[in-house]
Design a protein around this ligand. Structure first.
Ligand code: AMP
Ligand code: GLY
Length: 422
């Protein structure tokens, strides 16, 4: 069978490597893929947001199954468009992808169905938002409504920072139309946990939990990034917490989407904060997380393609989804300077001995070489019997990979170790 994976980052590389384990899979097209993914798939220079281009390519090239991985094409209706020409897909339709595409939608959904989240107010004009901030509890959190490349969230520690955030989103439109509506919400505290779940709208199966490291610097300092590393499972996410999340958050969310006529099929991502008043939803994503996928899929024992097809065909209840007992750690190697300006075009060397678990995000092919082309260049994952062994092994692999200007955090997993029990 010929498969197509839409997207071109480390997450897509991890998905592609896992899909290849299924002997039915003959060829995988990656649209657009990248210079590192090219070792595992046929990269096609069609952008992930070019829905017409994606559909035309899939029809012409006999694609039997498609995985749409990034948020943009999902929100834009890539799954709807592919299904319309008879191509089965993994991923939600646009009417369900809105759970990530609009923060106003997701906050209102949680309120309507009693799903625990930060209390909030929605504003559609700046004056009202600014007036509200005169008396709102501080710190507070300001969120642009639409997709904003993960940058649309401002944690304001002072009243003036909160007002500046509102002005830049609503008046200066730094995120374009995403700033037409903003959510001002309660500041929550506690360990963060990412839980990805397979769901076909009838059954929901959480995957192993994970912990992202969003700040660029060691000890969680510096700017927010797309994610500098991950570990799985997340030691803060105990069996008791998992049971509470299933009962109060995961199943109620699946049921709420069904009740709204927006059945969610695909991977639903729960960004949770474990507060002293119980777990609360920080955000939903309508897709696999990046770089969570790079630690979750290496721990998946069952066959990914079989599970994805079961989700599409609404047979998840009768399909085994098993994870290994081990631990995984992924360290992201970035271009120095990221998430701001950085140099690129440097050759990347990855020893064959570690290539299996290297997931490339920002690389291109040039003059027969693989060279850096992005801020986050690649993620290196190690799986081991214990968390400390996984961390140590991931860093040992990192030391064998070279490109000029490489930067990575040295403390991925350190926070998890604080809660880790052998
Ligand atoms: P998001 O883009 O929604 O994932 O938000 C980015 C990050 O901002 C999250 O991972 C949290 O660390 C933080 N954050 C978002 N909402 C809140 C909140 N209500 N209270 C505290 N931190 C938050
Ligand atoms: N790692 C967070 C995300 O994928 O949005």
């Amino acid at each position: 069978m010929k498969l197509m994976v839409v997207g071109g980052g480390g997450r897509e590389h991890a998905i592609i490597k896992k899909l290849k384990e299924n002997p039915q899979v003959e060829e995988i097209f990656a649209l657009p893929g990248n210079g590192g993914i090219a070792a595992d798939a046929t990269c096609v220079n069609i952008g992930a947001k070019d829905i017409d281009g994606i559909v035309t390519f899939a029809k012409k090239n006999g694609v039997a199954y498609a995985v749409v991985a990034p948020d943009d094409p999902l929100v834009l209706g890539a799954v709807d468009a592919l299904e319309a020409v008879g191509i089965p897909c993994f991923g939600p339709r646009a009417n369900a992808a809105i759970i990530e595409g609009s923060k106003v939608f997701s906050k209102n959904l949680m309120k309507k169905y009693g799903i625990p989240t930060a209390t909030y107010e929605v504003f559609d004009n700046a004056d009202a938002a600014l007036a509200y901030l005169d008396t709102a509890p501080i710190p507070t959190v300001i969120k642009a409504d639409g997709l904003a490349l993960g940058k649309g969230v401002i944690i304001a520690m002072t009243r003036e920072d909160a007002k500046d955030a509102v002005r830049s989103m609503m008046l200066d439109k730094v995120f374009g139309k995403s700033g037409d509506h903003v959510v001002v919400e309660e500041f929550l505290e506690g360990p963060e946990v990412s839980v990805l779940a397979f769901t076909d709208g009838k059954t929901l199966v959480p995957m192993v939990s994970s912990m992202d490291h969003k700040r660029v610097g060691d000890n969680d300092t510096g700017l927010n990034t797309g994610g500098m590393g991950t570990v799985a499972p997340n030691p803060y996410y105990t069996a008791d917490v998992a049971a509470e999340c299933m009962e109060k958050i995961f199943l109620p969310t699946m049921n709420a989407m069904n009740a709204e006529g927006r059945t969610f099929k695909g991977c639903l991502y729960f960004g949770l904060m474990l507060t002293k008043n119980g777990p609360k939803v920080i955000e939903y994503n309508c897709r696999f997380g990046d770089p969570e996928t790079q630690v979750v899929l290496p721990l998946l024992e069952s066959d990914l393609f079989t599970i994805m097809q079961a989700v599409t065909e609404e047979r998840l209840a009768s399909t085994p989804v098993k994870f290994k007992d081990g631990h995984a750690c992924c360290v992201v190697m970035a271009s120095n300077g990221y998430p701001q300006a950085y140099e690129k075009g440097y050759e990347i060397t990855i020893p064959a001995a570690v290539a299996d678990t290297v997931y490339v995000a920002g690389a291109t092919r040039k003059d027969g070489k693989t060279v850096t082309s992005g801020g986050r260049v690649l993620g290196v994952t190690a799986v081991a019997d214990s968390l400390p062994a996984a961390i140590e092994s991931a860093y040992r692999k990192v030391e064998t990979i070279h490109f000029e200007n490489a930067y990575y955090r040295h403390d991925i997993g350190a926070r998890a170790m604080a809660a880790y029990k052998e």
